[in-house]
Design a protein. Structure first.
Length: 383
């Protein structure tokens, strides 16, 4: 009975919806379809920015608008180092889709401003990346460096992520997009990052430093240019696949491979690398070290649960803990080719407690290849 009585209700609701949408379409035509332009959202996250005055936010928003434009008309600052590429990227992004490729494919998760809190972000684990930090987890460049952008011989790190997605997370693969569209999206990500880091610098100067006399030229010189040159420097700091592979133990006989895996386990559990502290005795991600957070979540953590709850209130998304990978699942987010795993162990995972072992010499390249063989041997039983 109940079910039958509900039917007319549903019907009435949908008739109302149809009428309502016709009405709102008409209204939109009458007012010139003036759908409001989505603005970039000012980054007010973080403990230091509790009190931001109207004058301060006005100054920041006006400088940011003059340098970087709006989501509908993004602009590249004159001083940006690889300006032609970024500019071309923004142009393709705008031309190939009515709203821009980024808004079409990425903003639902990463947000219009690249803040990692688009409308669907809150239910994801892990959260979509907050691109404003300019910090990327899965790179082939050395510790502390921006990602590699590719050079014709070797694919860039961001391109690989956009093409392949990140397995076991919500980040989809976009390998069916045209090459020019993928290039444009990578440049748009870079634009949002440089923009985000510039904004963070401005917030520090204007809000924390209470400096209200900042001019556009100062922002370009002290924030945009240094950030852009970090991208340029990183292009020389890639650990080339070819050079890394020269060290790869040629484990072509099963005996040599077994010996390499055994050595790998010794390094894995040894004092220098300490992998088992987090990943556990058998690589199941169950080591004794817990309470791990990445750089996006660490600032949300206080000493007591109450402090943590209070801090989390100042961020767009609540705190999320990080779990070390269980190798037996056989899913590697930064890619599962041997060279991907080599980069992960050599460089670490940027912005996470997963340390680098190559940059500080804890392990030699040969030893890292042994560890890679060990990891792969653990994941053979996985799906
Ligand atoms: C359905 C949600 C979703 C969509 C759509 C999405 N992403 Fe992501 N993206 C994620 C998640 C989740 C992560 C973080 C995964 C992690 O931390 O392991 C991520 C991470 C990233 C990263 C960081 C990679 C690194 O090394 O740190 C980049 C860059 C990125 N996405 C770009 C894009 C671009 C460009 C698009 C659109 C073409 C896009 N994403 C669309 C969810 C999404
Ligand atoms: C302090 C804790 C910690 C230590 C020590 C540590 N890891 Fe990790 N590792 C992590 C965390 C956390 C993640 C997951 C990061 C993420 O998802 O953002 C991870 C992820 C990984 C991954 C997955 C990469 C991918 O693409 O998904 C591999 C492989 C790995 N670690 C290997 C190692 C090896 C080998 C060592 C020792 C040389 C090591 N880890 C030491 C915490 C640690």
């Amino acid at each position: 009975m109940k079910g039958r009585r509900r039917e007319p209700d549903t019907l009435r609701t949908s008739t109302f919806l149809v009428r309502y949408s016709i009405f709102s379409c008409l209204l939109a035509v009458l007012v010139g379809c003036a759908a409001e332009e989505p603005p970039f959202r000012l980054n007010t996250e973080g403990p230091a920015l509790e009190e931001i005055s109207a004058a301060q936010s006005e100054l920041i928003e006006s400088l940011m608008g003059r340098i970087f434009g709006t989501p509908d008309e993004p602009a590249v600052p004159d001083s940006e180092v690889r300006r032609p590429e970024v500019e071309a990227g923004l142009r393709v992004d705008r031309l190939q889709s009515a709203t821009g490729l980024y808004r079409q494919h990425c903003a639902a998760c990463h947000g219009i401003s690249g803040d990692g809190s688009g409308p669907t972000a809150a239910v994801q684990y892990p959260y979509p990346r907050d691109l404003r930090r300019g910090l990327y987890k899965y790179t082939s460049t050395d510790r502390g460096m921006k990602p590699f952008l590719g050079d014709g011989r070797q694919m860039g790190d961001l391109e690989r992520i956009v093409r392949n997605g990140i397995p076991a997370t919500a980040m989809p693969r976009f390998d069916r997009l045209a090459d020019a569209q993928i290039d444009a999206l990578v440049e748009y990500v870079r634009y949002l990052s440089i923009r985000g880091e510039t904004e963070a610098w401005l917030l520090q100067e204007v809000v924390v430093g209470d400096e209200l006399s900042i001019r556009r030229s100062m922002v370009l010189e002290d924030a945009v240019e240094p950030t852009a040159s970090l991208w340029a420097i990183a292009q020389e700091m890639v650990l080339p696949a070819a050079a890394a592979e020269q060290h790869a133990p040629l484990s072509d006989t099963s005996e040599a491979l077994a010996a390499s895996i055994e050595r790998g386990y010794e390094h894995y559990s040894g004092k220098n690398a300490q992998c088992k502290l987090c990943h556990g005795l058998e690589g199941r991600g169950d080591g004794e070290q817990t309470e791990l957070y990445d750089e996006w979540n660490r600032p949300k953590k206080g000493a007591t649960p109450e402090q943590t709850a209070r801090l989390a209130g100042r961020f767009l998304l609540p705190i999320q803990e990080l779990r070390p990978r269980d190798f037996t699942e056989g899913i590697f987010r930064g890619g599962d080719r041997p060279i991907d795993l080599y980069w992960r162990v050599y460089v670490g995972i940027k912005g996470t407690p997963m340390p680098s072992t190559g940059s500080d010499g804890a392990l030699t390249p040969e030893q890292i290849w042994d560890v890679v063989n060990y990891i792969r041997s653990r994941s053979d039983g996985g799906p």
